[in-house]
Design a binder for this molecule. Structure first.
Ligand SMILES: Cc1cc2nc3c(=O)[nH]c(=O)nc-3n(C[C@H](O)[C@H](O)[C@H](O)COP(=O)(O)OP(=O)(O)OC[C@H]3O[C@@H](n4cnc5c(N)ncnc54)[C@H](O)[C@@H]3O)c2cc1C
Length: 348
């Protein structure tokens, strides 16, 4: 997997850039900047690069060796990687944190580097908030896929992965993540898989994959949203309400129905996980003047191609900023630290 193609490396430039996050966005940016002569350091809490592609997307779809080849090419280009290193400021605990052995503050990076790119993705699953969601047998899809991928890569045992053999798995959602749960559930021997989505298949950007699975026997229920997980201790069924789309919004109706389930997996979205809480101001001038830039899922949901394109585009912005402004950084480092520390709080 190529994160950046460097045709000819340009001679060294006197700037150092820190990139937080070795997913597609951070890696594409790293490639562009290293190719153009900048000193680039990439920090990631995980033991190797690739982000969601390495640690959530099933091995059957994107093999780790292709991701590793892409990361190695960047190393050969001169990018320095600091794995198992979490960059912290005010970020709460997130998926994958247990892999971090080193912690470095964003303030320190600001004082040691000329610019920072935050490309930390969206590693916090949106929680299913219905009665019964805490029952045993209910999983959030991102954690489940992450655990399966870690087991497949040999980082962990299979103990954390539920036994899906012969089970009826109900998947809530219809995005990439939901589709990948279907793929892994099939590989892990689920007997029956039902997907349920609050809109129609036409609204899903994974509709082609879903159609293929439906042809192969996966049940797909449109216009349904879960209102309760049924069971005592363990999940036994899911109660859904039918939905309607009114002026583009989902409206829940009073019409309910129940589906039996052994395992319920919800894939209802992920939240951005930036070391700085206020990402809504992403790439706003005030942050750029302090030398802080954003790219990828940390701003809003992207896909691999978009994240890489954005990583490169923001790297070009960083380059322009460095060449035009950094020698007389508009905000001194200390002010940059204060900005991210609090002043943005009320604004974003
Ligand atoms: C299950 C699943 C399936 C998908 N399938 C597809 C698909 O088929 N096609 C497609 O185009 N897209 C797919 N996507 C979406 C795609 O993976 C993302 O859009 C893309 O990975 C975003 O790239 P990113 O670099 O912004 O973030 P990420 O890939 O999430 O990378 C962020 C990196 O930042 C690191 N990090 C986070 N916080 C810190 C911190 N504080 N300090 C240090 N490191 C940190 C993480 O460890 C991670 O390596 C899928 C996503 C998921 C979850």
């Amino acid at each position: 997997m190529k994160f950046y193609t460097c045709r000819e490396k340009v001679g060294p430039k006197p700037f150092r850039i820190a990139i937080i996050g070795a997913g597609p966005a951070g890696l594409a940016a790293a490639g562009y900047l290293a190719c153009n002569g900048y000193e680039v350091h990439v920090y990631d809490k995980m033991p190797e690069g690739g982000g969601m592609v390495a640690f959530a997307i099933p091995e059957a779809r994107i093999p780790i060796n292709s991701v590793r080849a892409g990361v190695k090419a960047l190393e050969e280009l001169g990018v320095s990687f600091h794995f198992r290193t979490k960059v912290v400021h005010d970020s709460p605990k997130e998926l994958g944190d247990e892999w971090a052995e080193h912690f470095i503050s964003i303030e320190r990076l600001l004082s040691e580097f000329d610019a920072i790119l935050i490309a930390t993705g969206a590693w916090r699953p949106r929680k299913l908030k219905v009665p019964g969601a805490e029952l045993s047998g209910v999983y959030d899809a991102l954690r489940l896929l992450h655990d399966i991928k870690l087991a497949r890569l040999g980082y962990r045992s299979w103990k954390r992965v539920p036994d899906l053999k012969g089970k009826h798995v109900v998947v809530i959602g219809a995005g990439y993540t939901a589709v990948d749960v279907v793929l892994e559930a099939r590989l892990l021997g689920a007997e029956k898989i039902t997907m349920a989505y609050r809109r129609s298949i036409e609204h899903s950007y994974a509709k082609n994959e879903i159609r293929k699975y439906v042809r192969e026997g996966v049940e797909f229920i449109e216009y349904a949203t879960p209102v309760r997980i049924v069971g005592s201790g363990e999940v036994e069924a899911v109660e859904f309400a039918k939905t309607r789309i009114v002026e583009g919004s989902v409206v829940t109706t009073d019409e309910k129905f129940i589906i039996d389930a052994d395992i319920v997996v919800y894939a209802i979205g992920q939240l951005p996980t930036s070391p700085i809480r206020e990402v809504i101001c992403a790439n706003e001038k005030i942050l750029q003047d302090a030398g802080i830039f954003f790219a990828g899922d940390v701003i809003a949901p992207r896909n691999i191609g978009v994240a890489m394109r954005e990583g490169k585009a923001v790297a070009q912005k960083i380059e322009k900023w460095l060449l035009e402004k950094a020698p007389k950084r508009v905000f001194p480092v200390a002010l940059g630290v204060r900005l991210i520390g609090g002043a943005l709080g009320g604004r974003c």
